[in-house]
Ligand binder design. Structure first.
Ligand SMILES: C=C1C[C@]23C[C@@]1(O)CC[C@H]2[C@@]12CC[C@H](O)[C@@](C)(C(=O)O1)[C@H]2[C@@H]3C(=O)O
Ligand code: AKG
Ligand code: FE2
Length: 318
């Protein structure tokens, strides 16, 4: 399997536009709400996750990817387990190796890195705090309207480690900067919200509504939050599920960890009634997370997975 380098539009520079949310300040809820509407993406600072824990997680991730391939492939599997180059089952490839884990398993009983797997609770807690601030920002009561969807026993959350090795295919002599290799192709995340932390290597880009790609400067001490497809539906399109991708680096290795907060399989996903005046305003057909997940896992990374669930506009002649 090969990963080709492609010529694409040079991303815009000017990173000041990525919103930074101080989660220790309750008044940040307004900025958070605006960030979700404008970009579907923001960086969280002053969070309560200790730097000690973050470095344990980092260390375990690096250790895991440093194992011989024969050991890593012992935990290969689908949908959970180790994988390399192939992303999903529909033909997508990237300059990446990864470990996908069910964040709700009994972590003691399987062979994945122990520290990583004992800590989904830390990510869940931070995710719920952020969702509650967001719900407050929208003026919705009760505060746990969104967080309760991802906090119960049966919720379907995933924890992912990605490793993007330095890529020799990138031609450093290309002076116009348009030679790139895709580490993780463009996509939106299907769940409710995703929390990402990476080492000090950049590569993550988000797509703006004008179609341009913005590089996100790495910040190992912060967490980045993505609005995902199901939250776009719950907010009837008010919050944007952000399209993002990762570019490989010619010299440096990138290691990221992402917690994808999903609801229970039977959870109904539809625009919240408090955000629409009547059913006619709803932009989406209702679905269960299980239905959406099944259709997601049969799709390509870059597909618009919400399109089949969009309500058709009714014309006067219908
Ligand atoms: C190509 C695919 C990989 C993916 C499942 C899919 O069929 C389409 C969505 C992909 C995605 C993106 C966000 C997460 O990384 C992920 C775990 C998820 O839930 O949806 C991946 C899936 C995957 O890598 O298996
Ligand atoms: O590795 C990253 O920084 C982002 C990867 C990603 O978007 C994903 O795994 O869904
Ligand atoms: Fe993603």
């Amino acid at each position: 399997m090969t990963v080709s380098s492609k010529l694409v539009e040079v991303p815009k520079s000017g990173f000041s536009s990525i919103p930074v949310i101080d989660i220790s300040d309750p008044e940040s809820k307004h900025d958070m709400e605006k960030a979700c509407e404008d970009f579907g993406f923001f960086k969280v600072i002053n969070h309560s996750v200790s730097s000690e824990l973050v470095s344990v997680l980092d260390h375990e991730a690096v250790e895991f990817f440093s194992l011989p391939t024969s050991q890593k492939t012992q935990v290969a599997g689908y949908p959970f387990g180790y994988g390399k180059r192939a992303i999903g089952r529909s033909g997508d490839v990237g300059w990446v190796e990864y470990l996908l884990m069910n964040a709700n398993l009994d972590f003691g009983s399987h062979p994945f890195p122990p520290g990583l797997l004992q800590n989904p609770e830390t990510f869940r807690k931070m995710t719920c705090d952020v969702l509650e601030m967001m719900t407050d920002g929208l003026g919705i009561k009760p505060r746990n309207t969104h967080s309760k969807l991802v906090s119960g026993e049966n919720t379907d959350s995933i924890f992912r480690l990605n490793h993007y090795p330095p890529c020799p295919l990138i031609n450093n002599n290309n002076t116009n900067g348009s030679n790139i290799v895709i580490g993780f192709g463009e996509h939106t995340d299907p769940q409710i919200i995703s929390v990402l932390r990476s080492n000090n290597t950049c590569g993550l880009q988000i797509n703006l509504s004008d179609g341009s790609w913005i590089s996100v400067p790495s910040d190992p001490s912060s967490f980045f939050f993505n609005v995902s497809d199901s939250l776009q539906v719950l907010t009837n399109g008010r919050f944007k599920s952000v399209k993002h991708r990762v570019l490989a680096n010619s010299r440096k290795s990138r290691v990221s960890m992402i917690y994808f907060a999903g609801p229970s399989l039977t959870q109904r996903i539809a625009p919240l009634t408090c955000l629409i005046d009547n059913e006619d305003e709803s932009l989406y057909e209702e679905f269960t997370w299980s239905e959406y997940k099944n259709s997601t896992y049969n799709s390509r990374l870059s597909d618009n997975r919400l399109q089949p669930f969009e309500k058709k506009a009714v014309s006067l002649n219908d």
